[in-house]
Each structure stands twice: as C-alpha cells, then as structure tokens.
Write a protein that binds this ligand. Structure first.
Ligand code: ISL
Length: 557
C-alpha cells in the first residue's frame, strides 16, 4: 500500500508551524508500524506556495520551508533501509509563474522560451484585457478564465489552474526533454517513482495553425467547458510512452508510476495501464469522488450506495484482465472520508472509519492511505470564511458570491467539500498542538484531537489505527487479497456492500453494512453465515446479524 504525506501538515520539526522533512524523518516508526510499502510525498520543491507547492519554481531542489536536499537524501536512505520506497510528486502540466522558465518566456514575444508555455493574442477584433477577448472561453479549475492577460507583451497565457500556475507547452520537444532530464536526475538520486499531477492534461487539442477550440457554454456563466480540449488530449499516449522510454526504460522494473487523471474513463485507463504499452502503472480516477456532486464539487448531493457499487464494480471489471486499479477515499484534495462517506457522529465514527477502510482495502488494486485517514481523522469544524486557507476554496467563494450566490450557502458547501478539511495537522497526541509542532500550526488543529490521536490508538487493538495495520498485513500475507478476482454481490442493495475475491480455489466474501440499520445476513448472503471470520471491525456476537457499520471478511468453507 501507498501512504501519502502532505508535508506541510504531517509533522513540524523546527517549530515554525509548518510540517517539514525533519518531521517526516521523526515519524518513520509510525509508517513502519502501519506496514507502509511506499511513501508518496506531496511537493517539497521550492515554490511560492500559492497552491501549497503544486506551483513549483525549481524542480531540482527543496524549499527551505521543508528542509534541505540532504534531508531528502537521508529520507531515501532511511526508507530504503526499512524496506519502503519513495514516490515524489511530479507536477509538470504547469509550473509556478515564478519558475525561471516562465520568467524567461514572459520576458518578450521573441524569447527563446516563449513557446515553452501557451501564449495567444487576444481574440480578433477585441483589445487585450477586454471581457471576451480571451483566446478561448475555457473556465479554469480554480475559477474564472484559464487565460491571464500579460499587458507588456499584449498576449494571454494559459493556466488551467490558478493564474500563478501557467501551463507548460508539451508540444515543444525542448519542454519534454527538460522534464525527462529532471525526472532522471531524481531517479539517479534514488527515488523510486512518481505520482504525476494532472498528467492527462498535458496534451492539448491544438489545430495545425495553433488555434485552440472554445468549449460548450457553462450555464450561468460567460465561460465554457474546455475539458474536451485538454483531458486525455490527442498526444497523451504518445507523450507518456515517450516519457517511459526516455526516463524509465532500462531502469529497475520496481519503479512505480501513478498518473492522476481527472475525468479518465475505464476504457482510457486500460490503455494507460496496459503494461505492454509502457505508459504508467496505475491511474487515479475520479468517478467515485464525484458521485455526491451535481454540477460542480460545491453542489453537494447525497451519495447513493448503488451508484458507488456500480462505479467501483465497473472499474474492477474494466481493469480485471489488463491494467491495474488504485484505490482511495482520501487525499489532500478531498474532504475526510469518515465525514463524507461514513458517519462521524461519536457513536459511529470508529465503526464507520474501519468499515470504509475494510471495503477499500479488500478491493483489487493498490490501496492508498492519506495521512490521518488511518486515525479516523474527520472534517474540520470551520466557523467562518477566515478559517479557510486553500486557494480553490477562497477563489470559489469570491466568484460564487460575486455571481450572486447566497454567502451562507457557499460557506456551507465549503465546510463539506473544501480541501482544507484534509489539510489540518496530523493528530499525534492530545497536547494543545496535537504533537504536530511546538509553535503555532499553520492551520488550526482539529479540536477533536484530544480524543482522536495516534498516541491514544497505538496500543488499542480496537482502534482505527490497529484496524488499518491488520488490513495492510492481511494483503501482505494473502495472495487472494492482493490478486484475487473481484465479483460484486447485491448490486441493488442500498446499505450492504458485498463482494467476493477468489484465487486458486480460495474465496473470500467481504460484507460491509454502510448504514445505521442492522442487517440480517441469512436473508442477504446465506452462504456467508457459517463462513470463517478472517477479519472484522466489530466483535461478532451473532453471526447472523450485521450490526451498523459492521464489516466482515469471511472465508468460504
Ligand atoms: O481538487 C480538486 C477538486 O476540486 C481538483 O480539481 C484538483 O484540482 C485536481 O484533482 C487536480 O489536483 C492536482 O493538481 C492541482 C493541485 O491543486 C492539487 O492539489 C493536485 O492534487 C494543481 O496542481
């Protein structure tokens, strides 16, 4: 399994309130105890931190905020000594607007690096900066147009995310070679692979004359949806195959790559992860984290269990013979799973966190655990707008309120969906700063840390932490968990999520009650009633009754 560290919120070693590499080094025992195989480290490179490091100004260094290159080297050595591997975050769809490449590109229309980014003149007949003069109507992920006007040169540059994150032009072979050479440099240093940020956005659908196409209008705005022009664009497979050849070929076959791919379909994922094609090992898909959303992530809807089953079920089936799934509930961009898919009321928080974990870890694929998920960390009780820090949340608030949305309604959506929910400090102990820092934490610690923390759980066999340890060990020790075929049961049931995993004559039945209502097992799965209990999240008093949020892994006799 892969454990994700968002360094600024993991552990602070120098008291400045921001987590750092020294902090990661101090907490290696926690990772080893859990059974982590691979550590994915979110960006630690020099960055103005407009998007907490996803805006990189130097790909080959460490931001002093996080420490030094020596510490990174030390981390590689210490992880390897404990049998763990390190994945770095590769953010190459865009750079920071303070990256020297962009500064040079911006300097003049004739700069040798002008073509390293997407520069375009204003729309014909309109003056630069005038509303509607943007080269395309695309809406950016972080609100507003994807185009920023550069007064001195009279042209716009493209940014799918914030204006401080200009998109690199992958059409230019020099850009690609610069990226590959940087990747080789990290591999030569000993890192074991990359998690590739929005990697399915690097190829844009551009006409031979350089023209980019408008997208369909987005209702209620003057903007359009440009995603058809940049999600899995025309050259995406070519670029990833080239990267594979130029960077990974001939190196250790154990190197690992995972491509983050918003909007990727199962059919595309089969191509991306087919080992014979030489692209990436697995992708992060977004289908299951969009099931509780309407027109946007801020339009929160109730999740229907059968939709979740249908979605996971299709991905399991789609990548059964070719390719490989990555499995996640949480990461630094998602609200906390126990609050979102589980039940974070005091009565059911522990049970639902362990139930969700069982469900995820028993699927076929590589499970990802995001820091704090193994402790059952929950969403933050945001009081007001001042408590938010994330660029996406703040930009959305400005835009939504200025478009006339009710401020209280916008705030309510932020509370549930803001990425800040995932970014509060990891709760190590019950002390005032949760053992995260001796200073003032950059984001407030969740007040529930007095009860919910690693210290309280480490030696408690019933804890969320102990349950994660057991799930991870179960996969390590059982080939059927790692490799068995997946078969969905009860597809129409709205509370019980059940499936089998089978390999070489052995069959496990996994049954999870994702509700507060007790369920009768004989009515649902008679074959499971007298099966052998391999792992459960609650003590079983009555084999016939699945209690609220109970999960069982059973072996058919
Ligand atoms: O967070 C999201 C949900 O609203 C997505 O739009 C998210 O921005 C998208 O999944 C891409 O995420 C990645 O790239 C972003 C960065 O802000 C995210 O933290 C990163 O995971 C830009 O680099």
């Amino acid at each position: 399994m892969v454990y994700q560290i968002y360094p600024r919120s993991f552990m602070d070693s120098d008291g400045d309130g921001v987590g750092d590499l020294g902090g990661v080094l101090q907490r290696l025992d926690h990772l080893a105890d859990l059974g982590v195989d691979v550590l994915w480290l979110s960006p630690v490179y020099p960055s103005p931190q407009a998007d907490n490091g996803y805006d990189i100004s130097d790909y080959q260094g460490i931001d002093p905020l996080f420490g030094t290159l020596d510490q990174l080297d030390d981390l590689i050595v210490k992880l390897h000594a404990r049998g763990m591997r390190l994945l770095m975050d590769l953010v190459v769809n865009h750079t920071s607007d303070e990256h020297p490449w962009f500064l040079e590109s911006r300097a003049s229309r004739t700069s040798p690096k002008r073509d390293w980014y997407w520069w375009r003149p204003p729309r014909t007949g309109l003056a630069g900066g005038e509303p509607g003069a943007e080269p395309t109507n695309w809406q950016s992920f972080f609100s507003g147009s994807t185009w920023e006007y550069d007064e001195p040169s009279g042209e716009y540059y493209l940014h799918l995310f914030d204006r401080r994150q200009p998109d690199l032009n992958w059409e230019n072979p020099e850009v690609r070679e610069a990226v590959y050479s940087m990747m080789r440099w990290w591999l030569d240093r000993g890192v074991d692979g990359f998690r590739m940020d929005v990697i399915n956005m690097i190829s844009k659908d551009v006409a031979a004359d350089g023209h980019l196409h408008d997208g369909p209008p987005i209702p209620g705005t003057s903007l359009g949806d440009g995603s058809a022009s940049y999600l899995c664009g025309p050259r995406i497979h070519e670029f990833l195959q080239e990267m594979h050849r130029e960077v990974f070929a001939g190196r250790d076959a154990a190197l690992l790559t995972v491509g983050e791919m918003p909007g990727v379909t199962v059919e595309e994922a089969r191509l991306f992860t087919d080992p014979t094609r030489g692209e990436v090992d697995m992708v992060f898909q977004f289908e299951h984290v969009a099931l509780d959303q309407g027109s946007s992530k801020w339009d929160v809807r109730p999740l229907r269990m059968r939709d979740l089953k249908a979605s996971f079920g299709r991905w399991q089936a789609g990548l059964a013979d070719v390719g490989w799934n990555s499995l996640y509930w949480d990461n630094h961009d998602q609200p906390r799973a126990v609050s979102r898919f589980g039940d974070d009321s005091p009565r059911y928080r522990r049970d639902s966190a362990t139930c969700l974990a069982t469900l995820l870890h028993l699927h076929r694929g590589t499970p990802y655990v995001y820091q704090g998920e193994e402790l059952g960390m929950a969403n933050f009780p945001f009081a007001g707008l001042d408590d938010f820090s994330d660029i996406e949340s703040l930009n959305h608030h400005v835009q939504a309120v200025s478009a006339g949305e009710d401020a209280a309604h916008v705030l309510a959506a932020l509370r549930r969906m803001s990425r800040d929910n995932a970014r509060t400090p990891v709760q190590w102990d019950a002390s005032p700063s949760a053992g995260f820092t001796t200073g003032t934490p950059w984001m407030p610690v969740n007040p529930d840390h007095v009860e919910w923390n690693a210290d309280a759980q480490r030696n408690d066999p019933t804890s969320v932490l102990a349950h994660h340890r057991r799930l991870i060990a179960l996969r390590h020790e059982n080939a059927v968990v790692a490799l068995g075929d997946f078969h969905l049961l009860l597809p129409e049931h709205d509370q019980v999520y059940a499936f089998t995993r089978s390999l070489a004559g052995e069959t496990l039945v996994v049954v999870c009650n994702l509700s507060r209502t007790a369920q009768s097992l004989p009515d649902l799965l008679p074959q499971a009633v007298d099966a052998e209990l391999v792992l459960g999240n609650l003590p079983v008093d009555d084999a016939a009754v699945l209690r609220p949020w109970e999960a069982r892994v059973l072996r058919l006799r």
